[in-house]
Design a protein around this ligand. Structure first.
Ligand code: OOG
Ligand code: NI
Length: 463
C-alpha cells in the first residue's frame, strides 16, 4: 500500500526524473544545489538544519503548472488531493504594470507540520482569466474558451485513481504505480504540433497566455530545488557557463535571519517543438517557455512582519529606480540592516516571525515570564522558526517576466474581471486555506503543548 505521503514523495521523484530527461540543465541545477547544501551542512550543521532537516531540504521541490479553465483547475486539484496537497493562498498577477499576466494562482501543498516534514512538495498553479477584457476581447475570448473546451488534459483513468486515492488515503502498490505513471505523463511536453498562427495571436497579448491556451496540452513549466546558499549557487551556475537572470529575487544576502523566500533562475531554453503552418504542413521550430528556478527559504512572517517586508520592498523600489541589479542589491542590504532585527529572537519579540515551541529544561528562575519571547530568553521554551512554505507574488511576477521575450500588450483602461480566493474555492470545490492561518495555528498548537508540559499558562500575548 502507498500512503498519501508515499504518493506525494513518489510523484515529486517521478516528475523530477521526467523533467530531467526533458531539460538536462535541470539536472545540473539539482547537482549544484546538492553540492552547495552538502558544503553548508559541513561548514555549519546547526545553521544548515535550522529551517528543516537536510533530508527534507534535499528532496524538496516546487513545481509550476498553468491551466486554462476552472474545470481543468478542479481536475488538477483532484490529482493533488490524492497526494495530500491542498490549495493554499490566492495570487493575482494581473496587476503588475511591467508584465502582462492574465492569470490568477494558488499553491497546492501539504498543510500539516507532519506532512510537510515528510515531503513538502508544492505546486504553484495558475489559471488563465479568459474573460479579462484588458487582455482578450469578446471574440478572442470566445475562440479561446472554445479551444480550451475541446482539449482533455487529465484523462478519466488518472482522475478515477486520484479519487480513490483521496477516499482511501492511498492506493495498493500496482494502482499506485499506474497512478504515478499517468499523473506524471499529464505534465510531459507533448509532441503534438502547435498551430503557429493561433500561438502567435496569443503571444502578442501574453507569452503566458500562449503557453497555456495556444497548445492542446499542458506541461510542467519548472521544478525548483531548494538550496541553503543561493548566492553560492548563483556563482557556481554562472561558472558552469549557464546564463542566469540578473537578480536574486526577494530579500538580500545579509547576516541576520533569512525571511520568506529568495529565488533566481536560469533563462528559458529554446526547446524543439512542432508547428502546423497556415497551409496545413508540419514544420519544426522552437519555443522558449521553460526555465530552471532555484530557491532559498526563510522564516514565515506574521501579518505585521509581512507588512514591514512589503513597506521595505517599496522603499527599495523607490531608492533603486534606474539602478542596475548590483546597485539594487547594495540598497537592499542597507535597508535590511537598518530595519530588521539581526537575531531570530528579535523577530519573535516583535511578533513578526512564526515559531514553534518545545518545553526546555534550561530555565533559570521559578516565576515564568509573561511573554513568549521572555519564556524563550529565560530558558523555559525552545523556539524553532517555522519555514515559509508559500510564494511571493512579486517574486513570481519577476520570475515570469524575466523569462518572457516580450511584455505583451493589454488595454489598462478597461476593467479586469473579478477573481479572488473564493473564486478559486468555488472552481475547485474545496476549501482554499489562508496561509497566515496555517502558520498561526501550527505555532499556537506547539505553544499550548509546550506550556502544558511545563504546567504554566500560555502567555496572553501569544502571537
Ligand atoms: C509560475 C511562476 C511563479 C514562483 O516560484 O514564484 C513561481 C510559473 O512560471 O508558472 O513558480
Ligand atoms: Ni517557481
Amino acid at each position: 500500500m502507498f500512503s498519501t505521503h508515499d504518493l506525494r514523495a513518489g510523484f515529486a521523484r517521478s516528475l523530477s526524473a521526467m523533467y530531467g530527461t526533458e531539460v538536462p540543465a535541470y539536472n545540473t541545477l539539482v547537482d549544484v544545489s546538492t553540492a552547495v547544501n552538502a558544503d553548508v551542512l559541513a561548514a555549519d550543521p546547526v545553521r544548515a538544519e535550522r529551517l528543516g532537516r537536510i533530508d527534507r531540504v534535499t528532496a524538496e521541490r516546487h513545481g509550476a503548472i498553468r491551466v486554462g479553465t476552472a474545470s481543468e483547475l478542479r481536475q488538477v486539484a483532484q490529482i493533488f488531493a490524492a497526494l495530500g496537497m491542498e490549495p493554499v493562498g490566492f495570487y493575482d498577477l494581473r496587476g503588475t504594470e511591467a508584465t502582462s499576466l492574465p492569470i490568477v494562482s494558488t499553491a497546492f501543498r501539504p498543510t500539516t507540520a507532519e506532512a510537510l516534514a515528510i515531503n513538502p512538495f508544492r505546486v504553484f498553479t495558475s489559471v488563465l482569466v479568459t474573460d479579462d477584457r484588458r487582455y482578450f476581447d469578446a471574440d478572442l475570448q470566445g475562440e479561446l474558451d472554445a479551444f480550451l473546451a475541446r482539449r482533455v488534459l487529465f484523462g478519466p483513468e488518472v482522475l478515477a485513481l486520484a479519487e480513490r486515492a483521496e477516499a482511501d488515503g492511498g492506493l495498493p502498490d500496482a494502482d499506485a504505480a499506474e497512478f504515478l505513471r499517468l499523473a506524471t505523463a499529464c505534465f510531459e511536453l507533448s509532441p503534438e504540433p502547435v498551430d503557429r498562427a493561433w500561438y502567435a495571436r496569443l503571444s502578442a497579448i501574453s507569452g503566458v497566455a500562449a503557453d497555456i491556451g495556444g497548445v492542446p496540452t499542458t506541461h510542467i513549466n519548472h521544478l525548483t530545488p531548494r538550496v541553503l546558499d543561493i548566492d553560492d549557487l548563483y556563482r557556481r551556475m554562472t561558472d558552469l557557463g549557464i546564463t542566469m537572470i540578473d537578480e536574486i529575487q526577494g530579500p538580500p544576502k545579509w547576516d541576520g535571519p533569512d525571511v520568506l523566500l529568495r529565488q533566481t533562475s536560469f533563462k528559458a531554453l529554446a526547446e524543439p517543438r512542432r508547428f502546423t503552418e497556415a497551409d496545413g504542413s508540419i514544420s519544426e521550430g522552437a519555443l522558449s517557455v521553460r526555465f530552471g528556478e532555484v530557491e532559498q527559504r526563510g522564516i514565515a512572517l506574521t501579518t505585521p512582519g509581512r507588512d514591514r517586508y512589503d513597506r521595505l520592498v517599496s522603499e527599495i523600489d523607490q531608492r533603486s529606480a534606474g539602478l542596475d541589479a548590483a546597485q539594487r542589491d547594495g540598497i537592499k542590504v542597507e535597508v535590511w540592516q537598518a530595519n530588521w532585527p539581526t537575531e531570530e529572537l528579535g523577530l519573535l519579540a516583535n511578533g513578526e516571525g512564526f515559531f514553534e515551541f518545545t518545553a526546555s529544561a534550561r530555565r533559570i528562575d521559578d516565576e515564568p515570564p509573561r511573554t513568549v519571547a521572555g519564556l524563550v530568553e529565560a530558558g523555559w521554551l525552545e523556539a524553532t522558526p517555522i519555514v515559509y512554505e508559500d510564494f511571493l507574488p512579486r517574486s513570481a511576477a519577476g520570475i515570469f517576466a524575466s523569462n518572457l521575450d516580450s511584455s505583451g500588450s493589454r488595454d489598462a483602461t478597461l476593467e479586469g474581471s473579478p477573481r479572488d480566493l473564493d473564486w478559486i474555492a468555488e472552481a475547485v470545490g474545496r476549501t482554499v486555506h489562508d496561509p497566515m492561518h496555517l502558520y498561526a495555528e501550527q505555532s499556537r498548537a506547539a505553544l499550548v503543548t509546550a506550556c502544558a508540559e511545563l504546567r504554566i499558562p500560555t502567555p496572553e500575548e501569544t502571537r
